[in-house]
Ligand binder design. Structure first.
Ligand code: SF4
Length: 85
């Protein structure tokens, strides 16, 4: 098993990716995407990968809901983790 095999178990696989675009999902505050993430068996792996890949980026350079968090929420979490380190 490789480190990215968790993606094969992602609940968002095969779903309309527009649901995960914050600008498009703004009407429901990403609620449908968050609901899919909340039922996903690999949320922790997904969020960890997102935070590693996006480390140090502002939310403008982060795309889509990942690990149940919007780009802005991940940027805030990244800053908090950086401040704690
Ligand atoms: S946590 Fe959400 S974005 Fe990440 S793999 Fe699961 S469903 Fe997809």
């Amino acid at each position: 098993m490789t480190t990215t095999d968790w993606r094969l178990r992602a609940r968002c696989r095969g779903r309309d990716s527009k649901l995960f675009m914050p600008e498009i999902a703004a009407k429901d505050k990403c609620g449908r995407a968050r609901a899919i993430c909340a039922a996903c068996p690999v949320t922790d792996e997904c969020l960890t990968a997102a935070l590693q890949e996006e480390r140090g980026l502002t939310y403008h350079f982060r795309a889509t809901v990942r690990g149940g968090l919007t780009p802005r929420e991940r940027a805030d979490l990244d800053r908090q983790k950086g401040a704690a380190a």
